[in-house]
Design a protein around this ligand. Sequence first.
Ligand code: FAD
Length: 429
Amino acid sequence: MSRPRTVIVGAGIVGLATAYFLARAGRDVLVLDREEIGDGASCGNAGLLSIGHYPLTRPGVSWRGLRWMLDRDAPLFIRPRPDADLISWLWTFHRHCNRRWLDGCMRELCAMGFPTLRLFEEIIAAEGIHCDYRRDGWLDVVMDPANLPHAEAEAGSLVPHGYSYRMLTGDELRARSACFTPEVAGAAWYTDSAHCHPGDFMLGLGAACARRGVEIRTSVDVAGLERDRHGRVAGVHSARGETFEGSEVVIAAGVWSGDLMRDMGLDIPMQGARGYHLQYEGIPELPFTGCVLHETFVAVTPMRDQLRLAGTLEIQPLGRPWMRNRLQKLPGGARRYIKGIDQGRVVAEWAGYRPCTSDGMPVIGAVPGSPGLYVGTGHAMMGMTLGPVTARVLADLVLGATPPMALPLADPARYSAARVPGPAVAASA
Ligand SMILES: Cc1cc2nc3c(=O)[nH]c(=O)nc-3n(C[C@H](O)[C@H](O)[C@H](O)COP(=O)(O)OP(=O)(O)OC[C@H]3O[C@@H](n4cnc5c(N)ncnc54)[C@H](O)[C@@H]3O)c2cc1C
């Protein structure tokens, strides 16, 4: 008798890691993607495995975003347009930018942090993946001394969740890495986190999946769900009309999950926030660990002997041409902090999308009313970090096991009946 097959749509970190855990449990797994592994957000991101990271929805962020809309140099760009989905997304986002909602989100996101790093380490060790994984934290690097108390308060807010941090002066930073300029005032060092070369991790994970019997098919554009005559999920079909049978379907299609899920009965308010990276070689000295530059929001990650600059956030329709002036904000935002950027040579340029829900929380779990259908998406700028633990939860649900943690705020059920969740949202900022 053939084993039950699980079909996974999307070979990003969420999809591939789910496939990996299912295959390890003896499942027959088919992963479908329309692109090759190596092209997407899970490979092009900054590679910061920053556990305990805040969601986008934080008190004051929506007002700051409004101001940024009027500033062409701001890290956030929203293309104004009369689009009902965008307006509704912005309004719901604004309503979730309050302390009560944030506290609830942080309880769940922080609970996912240490388990996700354990899973990274378990996969890397078991599969011999060489991805320059380093558990040496990340730095919130501050230029203006007036911003140091804010940086310290943010790092300190994670302490009740079991996380640790250290403040470093500018001199202490420069003693560790001479690349920091004399203008840098100091940093909050989030010592529990890690970083890696995300593309190398993904290629290693893809190879591990293949070794464990997962079938990975690329150039397949999934268009919809197949159901049997009882309404139960029976697989998916592609835009070219091929069908792929499965007793369960997991949608892990990143920012495109919104459109796919809408056709499958779940209305996830999703916007893609595009960002870029520039990969450099030949920079004389690299920082000792990954950084986010406090005033410019540029992420700076050492990857072997190269340096990746990543950042900017553009909310506009998917697939628009690159905004090259915004790409240039990466070196523009980094050279005041890090010496030698202009001595480096750019070896790669990339753009990709963060999948952003309007309440800032990911969507992880079973889809109500569709037995056999699961979804894992919406992690915004935390998806690389939270991919493995998300996958563990999804795999356990598919296998009928108890997931390692309950994630009520990430439950897909919040979108099945009404777009705006209940009373916690209405709390004042
Ligand atoms: C500039 C930038 C920097 C970032 N930095 C970090 C960071 O430092 N740390 C961190 O944790 N996160 C970071 N992120 C966020 C992170 O990259 C994403 O949250 C994460 O990669 C999302 O993973 P995913 O598996 O959900 O989706 P993806 O990686 O987008 O994978 C989805 C896959 O589904 C496929 N697909 C979509 N629709 C279909 C379809 N219909 N049929 C077939 N296949 C389909 C796509 O081709 C894609 O391969 C960053 C993102 C950006 C853009």
